[in-house]
Design a protein around this ligand. Structure first.
Ligand SMILES: [Zn+2]
Length: 274
């Protein structure tokens, strides 16, 4: 499988095949490289809520803003809570939380917009980034799906919301499932598996999304489950692409909450129209 994110030695991995089709679209994921943070945050930590120095994170964010050509005043930033609340971003909602975490848009794990010069951003260290794009309606979205957001079907809810409120047909939406912890490294217990089973109940599928590795410990394929739920929501198979990267395996590229035992930085997913 070819990797959908373009890997360079720098701080960003562009979502090249989307950007190539629309020069106004800017989308990608950040790496650990190219920032100014030290210690366990070395070097491109973009999370303001993880005990890194606020000034350092602000500088890392400014470097990224310059690189992408989206000033911090155009960023949408969330206080992410592993729920399924989705917010439509208009220009008056941007800039909050770009430098001060407490000003972030509260209790939100997904954004979408039709506006230009708005950059949707969310933070990650293992959870699944979902990117949404409708070329027909010039709409973009982004979601943060850890196991909680996944079993709440935050991806399917984005598709449903676009359909109901924005007249976007699911068949015209393209989705990219970004770098996140893979089934190779992700272990969960029985109560999580019970919720996964419940979330997958409406779906019919042949794939195996979890396996008992040892007594009460299961491997879990969060990317695969998100893909299945998106198919169930009406997204076409050919319109879903998945990153091959596991954030835990790729220690030179990514922070991993699991691998680094909680003391680590955050990558940023971003999408917007110039
Ligand atoms: Zn792995």
């Amino acid at each position: 499988m070819t990797e959908v994110f373009k890997t360079t030695a720098g701080p960003i991995m562009p979502l090249s095949n989307w950007q190539d089709k629309n020069p106004a679209l800017v989308a990608g994921f950040t790496t650990k490289s190219g920032g100014t943070s030290k210690g366990c945050f070395d070097s491109n930590n973009l999370g303001l809520h993880v005990d890194d120095k606020a000034d350092t994170v602000a500088l890392n964010r400014k470097i990224l803003a310059d690189k992408l050509g989206f000033p911090l005043t155009s960023w949408a930033c969330a206080e992410q809570t592993h729920q399924d609340h989705i917010v439509k971003i208009t220009p008056e909602l941007t800039g909050y939380g770009a430098l001060e975490y407490k000003e972030s848009i509260k209790g939100t794990d997904a954004f979408y917009t039709k506006e230009t010069n708005v950059l949707l951003t969310l933070c990650y260290a293992d959870c699944v980034p979902l990117y949404f794009y409708s070329a027909e309606q010039a709409m973009v979205g982004i979601a943060h799906a850890g196991w909680k957001g996944t079993v709440k079907n935050i991806g399917g809810k984005m598709i449903e919301l676009w359909q109901i409120t924005e007249d976007v047909i699911p068949a015209e939406v393209k989705v990219t499932i970004g770098p996140s912890i893979g089934e190779c490294c992700y272990r969960v217990d029985q109560p999580v598996i019970e919720q996964v089973k419940e979330a997958l109940q409406p779906c019919s599928f042949k794939d195996k999304f979890y396996e008992e590795i040892s007594a009460g410990q299961f491997s879990l394929d969060l990317k695969g489950i998100n893909r299945q739920l998106l198919l169930q929501a009406g997204v076409l198979e050919e319109n879903i692409q998945t990153s091959t990267y596991c954030t835990s395996c790729e220690k030179d590229l990514f922070y991993s909450h699991r691998r680094d035992q909680g003391k680590t930085g955050r990558m940023l997913s971003y999408i917007g129209f110039k």
